[in-house]
Design a protein around this ligand. Structure first.
Ligand SMILES: NC(=O)c1ccc[n+]([C@@H]2O[C@H](COP(=O)([O-])OP(=O)(O)OC[C@H]3O[C@@H](n4cnc5c(N)ncnc54)[C@H](O)[C@@H]3O)[C@@H](O)[C@H]2O)c1
Length: 327
């Protein structure tokens, strides 16, 4: 297939481009480099552009004869969304509307949309299934939910549209050949932050140890970024015109932040100090996927957290989590 990858210069998008190219697909990255890296665009053409530029996207879709759009581009920092909800609605919601409109005008049928477990909000369920109520507790999650609704509405209104909504849980890991890694500035994700704190011999902040969980810290479910890339390729095959395809993407295994710290110390042979500070606004206590539906359409073996971390160690990429001047 010929794929337009929005956000292809970012963490997940760049891993997807590498995997898709290796499987014989042609990828074109469309990205404004707001959080992505030009150096990560190594497979296929790069077009610098804004999601809001509907006309430009339409021209690309038409002139390049694109078969499907894989839509990763978004702002995705919960704390930033709490401070600047306007920016999140403009970038994520208005940006996605503009993209969907361009697709409709160009007659591009297929889209995969990157959604998030954040859309579920706080739940008592140990494992969250796709039909669980979506009640996000931060503006980032609100924008993802709004985008999901838009994707569904566009699919309903423009017959023939085929849409997939993938709700990722926490994404972890790096390219096994060491060409790509998780590189956000600021980094808000717990795995790179724990590794970085260990390397810098300073404590990592644990936001709250008084949640109603086994050891009081938040519990998360981790999916490997390389598996996630392959899952997208399989999801493209799953699309059909009758239903919007909605699936959780996780392992269905919950790790508390203290579990995670122990595993990082063990696998990366690193001492990680920690300091407990107050809860962070917008963090649900437990987010673990019910994978029943996911496993019904994806049967390949998935890496567990230890394997993802071992990969980071073996590639020597751990030091990439340090600020550029300390690498
Ligand atoms: N990383 C995770 O654990 C996780 C979990 C759930 C969902 N997601 C979703 O997956 C997607 C990718 O996440 P990521 O971690 O790779 O983030 P990222 O910040 O590394 O990548 C996002 C990319 O989108 C680009 N972008 C942002 N706004 C744009 C715009 N208006 N126009 C053009 N390009 C734009 C950025 O420059 C960047 O390259 C996001 O939609 C995110 O919400 C990520």
């Amino acid at each position: 297939m010929k794929l337009l990858v929005t956000g292809g210069a970012g963490y997940i998008g760049s891993h997807f481009c590498k995997t898709a190219a290796a499987e014989g697909h042609e990828v074109i990255t469309y990205d404004n480099l707001s959080t992505g890296h030009k150096d990560f665009v190594k497979w296929g053409e790069f077009i610098e552009g804004e999601l809001s530029d509907s006309k430009k996207i339409q021209d690309v879709l038409t002139s390049q004869n694109i078969d499907a759009v894989v839509h990763f581009a978004a702002k995705a920092i919960i704390a930033e969304s709490n401070k600047h909800p306007d920016m999140y609605y403009e970038n994520n919601v208005e940006g996605t509307r503009s993209l969907l409109w361009a697709m409709s005008m160009a007659g591009t049928d297929k889209i995969l949309f990157s959604s998030s477990c954040t859309t579920y909000g706080i739940t008592d369920e140990a494992f969250i299934s796709e039909d669980h109520i979506q009640a996000p507790i931060n503006p980032y999650g609100d924008t993802k939910k709004a985008c999901e609704e838009m994707v569904i509405d566009f699919q309903d209104s423009f017959p023939g549209k085929e849409a997939g909504i993938l709700r990722y849980f926490n994404v972890v890991g790096c390219d096994p050949e060491g060409e790509l890694w998780e590189w956000h500035d600021p980094e808000t994700h717990i795995v790179p932050n724990m590794i970085r704190a260990g390397l810098e011999n300073r404590p990592v902040m644990i936001f709250g140890d008084d949640y109603d969980t086994r050891d009081g810290t938040c519990v998360r479910d981790f999916i490997d970024v390389n598996d996630l890339a392959k899952i997208h390729l399989k999801a493209l095959d799953q699309l059909n015109t009758e239903n919007v395809f909605i699936s959780n993407i996780g392992l269905g295994r919950g790790y508390s932040l203290y579990d995670l710290k122990t595993i990082i110390e063990d696998v990366l042979e690193l001492k990680v100090k920690h300091e407990v500070v107050g809860r962070r606004q917008g963090d649900p206590p437990r987010l673990v996927a019910d994978c029943q539906f996911f496993k019904s359409w994806y049967s390949e073996e998935l890496s567990d957290l230890k394997a993802s971390l071992k990969n980071i160690k073996d590639t020597g990429l751990a030091e990439k989590f340090l600020p550029v001047e300390l690498r």
